[in-house]
Every structure is written in structure tokens, then in C-alpha cells.
Design a protein. Structure first.
Length: 274
């Protein structure tokens, strides 16, 4: 069974972003992937962070959601749709929603990013206050897919291992981490964090990313990758647009979990009963 992690350079034109996503999804399907994951902000990266308020769709309808449903159905492909802004609360903030569509084009899951990127990048004049325009999610999402049981997360979530303990305790065999990492934090931590989440949970990690310099002037790190349950990088796309495809072997993963039962040796509470 094959999965794909897609790397994009999204901008402020939704239509252009969807055309870019369509080409990559078609490539993933041609290469035999059963499930393909798009990066965070795949549908929109505005000139200003507040611009996402204007393009946010109501939950269940809109051009982006219609595109995802029709493309999944046309390609017979499961799609993990990075994040797209959906209308959220009365204060005008949006949800950074990661949506999953099955091969029939039906939406089967939604996860709203929990941990929001409110940081000043050390040593740089880069400041982010994601919570100004995005309302945080509050619950985990794990679902069955043709390639295994998948736990959803987004970008900054990867720095919070307790989230992934809950996902693995809920049966996750794979973890999705669609991202738009900054260039300096990507250089410092991206690969290390992804491999750590894979190793400590004995899970595959599918990590599609934004890459390059965007029309807003923001630079994202890229290096989309697929990591196996032992922390080995199976495939990656270092820079630019592209598609990483790799095999998932659940039988081998299960055998390693049985012979190296670290997940069964947990003694501290995770908040979820294994």
C-alpha cells in the first residue's frame, strides 16, 4: 500500500492553489498511492494572515470542499486535505481545518488544529500570532483508512508529544503532519521532530509541507517526507513542488510493535486508556 506527501508553494489565489494541488494529486494517483496528504494552508496563503477570514468557507460547502470531494471521487483517492480555513465562531476567527475525503468523495473526518503558532522566532524579526485569526480546536481525530488507522495533526502540533500519545493510544498506525514550517525552525527542528514522533509512537508519519518564498514574502522550509515506525525516512522532497510516495507495511509494523513493545510499557497517564 502506498501513501503520498505533497509539497506546494501556495499563494493568495485559491483557484491557482487548487490547480497546483490537482496536478500533484493526479501524480500521486498515477504512482499508485491510495492516500495522499496536502500541506497546511494548501488552499490559501494570503498576503496578510487576516486575509483567511475573507475566504473561509462554511463547513460543508464551498469551492475548496467541492474540489476535494470531486477530485477524490475522480481519482479514487483518499485525500488528507492539509488545512483550509472554515468559518468558526462569532468573533470572525476561522478554524484551521484538516479534512479527510474517501475515494468515493465523501468527507469522513475533520480535525481543527489545536496548538496555534503564537511565537517570536529566536534571533529573527519574525513574529507570528496565529490565534488572532484562528480559533483552536479541542479534540483529537483518529480514523480508519485503507492504509491503516490514521491520527490527524497540523504543523505546530508536532512540538507537543502528548497529543501523539493520545493518538497512538487511540490506535493510530499512521500520523499526518501537514505543515508550513518557517525556514529557521525547519532547519533546526523539522526532521528531528518528525522522526521523534514516529519513533516514540512506532507510527508511520506522513508530513506534507509548504516550500519556498510565497507572495507575502514568507519563506517556508519544505522537506516533505514520509517516515516509518522506526524513524527511517522512506521518501522526501527537499525543496520546490513535488510528490513523495512510499510503501506502508502494516504487517511489519505490527511485528515490530510486538517484539519491541514500548507502547505497552507506558506507566504514566496519557489521558486516554490504551
Amino acid at each position: 500500500m502506498k501513501v503520498a506527501a505533497l509539497q506546494m508553494t501556495s499563494g493568495p489565489e485559491v483557484g491557482a492553489n487548487l490547480a497546483q494541488a490537482a496536478a500533484l494529486l493526479e501524480e500521486a494517483a498515477r504512482r499508485g498511492a491510495l492516500l495522499a496528504a496536502l500541506p497546511e494552508n494548501f488552499s490559501f496563503m494570503g498576503l496578510k494572515d487576516a486575509d483567511k477570514r475573507a475566504v473561509a468557507e462554511p463547513d460543508g460547502s464551498g469551492p475548496v470542499q467541492e474540489f476535494l470531494a470531486s477530485t477524490a471521487r475522480r481519482l479514487r483517492l483518499w485525500i488528507v486535505a492539509g488545512t483550509t480555513p472554515l468559518r468558526s465562531g462569532a468573533d470572525g476567527r476561522v478554524a484551521a481545518a484538516s479534512l479527510v475525503y474517501d475515494a468515493a468523495g465523501e468527507r469522513v473526518a475533520r480535525y481543527d488544529k489545536i496548538h496555534l503558532f503564537d511565537v517570536d522566532i529566536p534571533g529573527r524579526s519574525e513574529t507570528y500570532r496565529e490565534s488572532t485569526n484562528v480559533a483552536p480546536g479541542s479534540g483529537i481525530t483518529v480514523l480508519n483508512t485503507p492504509v491503516g488507522r490514521l491520527g490527524l495533526s497540523v504543523c505546530y502540533d508536532v512540538r507537543f508529544p502528548e497529543l501523539y500519545r493520545q493518538l497512538s493510544a487511540a490506535g493510530a498506525q499512521l500520523l499526518s503532519v501537514p505543515s508550513a514550517f518557517t525556514a529557521p525552525t525547519g532547519r533546526a527542528h523539522w526532521e528531528t521532530l518528525l522522526r521523534a514522533r514516529a519513533i516514540e509512537n512506532l507510527c508511520y508519519v506522513i508530513a506534507p509541507a509548504q516550500s519556498g518564498i510565497h507572495p507575502s514574502g514568507r519563506e517556508t522550509y519544505g522537506d516533505s517526507m514520509i517516515v516509518d515506525y522506526w524513524g527511517r525516512i522512506l521518501q522526501r522532497v527537499p525543496r520546490g513542488r513535488g510528490c513523495a510516495v512510499a510503501e506502508v507495511d502494516l504487517a511489519r509494523q505490527s511485528g515490530v510493535r510486538e517484539s519491541f513493545p514500548a507502547l505497552d510499557h507506558r506507566t504514566l497517564a496519557t489521558g486516554v486508556t490504551p
